[in-house]
Design a protein around this ligand. Structure first.
Ligand SMILES: *[C@@H]1O[C@H](CO)[C@@H](O)[C@H](O)[C@H]1NC(C)=O
Length: 285
């Protein structure tokens, strides 16, 4: 009898999940009904683990207009101030550009703990070749007005969030020199061994690509793939320089079999309740 109880207790401990920090996408906010419901569904599936949508600045407007490195810094400060995250082993889950915030947290956030799992859903991990589609709202004029190299001006880098992960495939050197975010976390300018050590310490990376994604360009950026120098042909993860040179540990993690590639049929972030149950909750446990 005691043995049975002990076994049950051990199983109980074994399935306890890490706290989960969730980061929303471009133009969204933790307080929006969609994010609230998503966060609730995740929380219901992870055995009472602490689950929190981490807001950046004031929400929607900050996700668009705050420079990207500052968004990560802001999110990092919230994690440091939260006793449920600070010093703990946590999981991070990001939707769309939140997937890139999540990677920024893994590599750059000194919160005294470590990140075990990265769940990136439609995340522009290798950047975007065009600024994400903007359908309505006051930001669209600003965003749509930014073309090509203009996006790398210090003003654009500092005032438009997604400019920090814009990458013109034909002008790699301009990106490398002037982008304030992506080349840093990719260790493309110089290698920060701490960033790499932290990424390599991940036990799981799950990457979801949407087959008809019309928001992030190319859709394959969600799988660490991107346009080649012709600006048209998509080059896979295994042929990316950041991968072959293992600049931030992606190859190490991939070779260890820790990267899971998921395809969901549909447009950007069009996953279902069943997908949350069958794909995301298991990845957090
Ligand atoms: C590397 O990153 C760590 C952690 O954020 C930081 O403390 C350190 O100063 C960085 N090193 C370099 C050379 O930038």
């Amino acid at each position: 009898m005691n043995k049975i109880i002990l076994t049950i207790c051990l199983i109980g401990f074994a399935v306890a999940s890490n706290p989960v920090a969730i980061f929303h996408g471009f133009g969204d906010a933790c307080a929006n009904p969609g994010m609230k419901s998503f966060t609730k569904q995740i929380a219901a599936g992870v055995n009472g683990a602490y689950v929190k949508c981490v807001e950046i600045g004031n929400g929607a407007m900050s996700s668009v207009l705050m420079r990207f490195d500052k968004q990560v810094e802001n999110a990092c400060n919230s994690i440091k101030q939260d006793p449920n995250f600070q010093g703990k082993t946590i999981n991070v889950l990001g939707l769309s550009q939140g997937g890139l915030i999540a990677r920024g947290i893994i590599e750059t956030c000194d919160f005294g703990g470590s990140v075990a799992r990265l769940i990136s859903i439609g995340g522009p991990q290798m950047g975007v070749a065009t600024i994400p589609k903007c359908h309505k709202g006051i930001f669209c004029n600003i965003l749509n007005g930014l073309v090509d190299d203009l996006v790398y001006t210090p003003l654009a880098q500092k005032t438009v969030g997604p400019a920090g992960y814009f990458r013109n495939p034909k002008h790699y050197n301009t990106y490398l020199k002037h982008s304030i975010f992506l080349p840093i976390v990719n260790n493309e300018r110089q290698v920060n061994q701490t960033y790499k050590d932290r990424f390599v310490a991940l036990e799981k990376v799950q990457l979801t690509m949407f087959s008809k994604d019309s928001v992030i360009d190319p859709k394959e950026t969600a799988w660490f793939s991107f346009y080649g120098t012709d600006g048209k042909t998509v080059v896979g993860i295994e042929q990316q320089d950041v991968f072959t040179q293992d600049l931030f540990g992606l190859k190490t993690v991939y070779d260890a079999g820790k990267v899971e590639f998921i395809t969901i049929d549909g447009d950007h972030l069009r996953f279902s309740t069943e997908d949350i149950q069958n794909i995301y909750i298991p990845a957090l446990q």
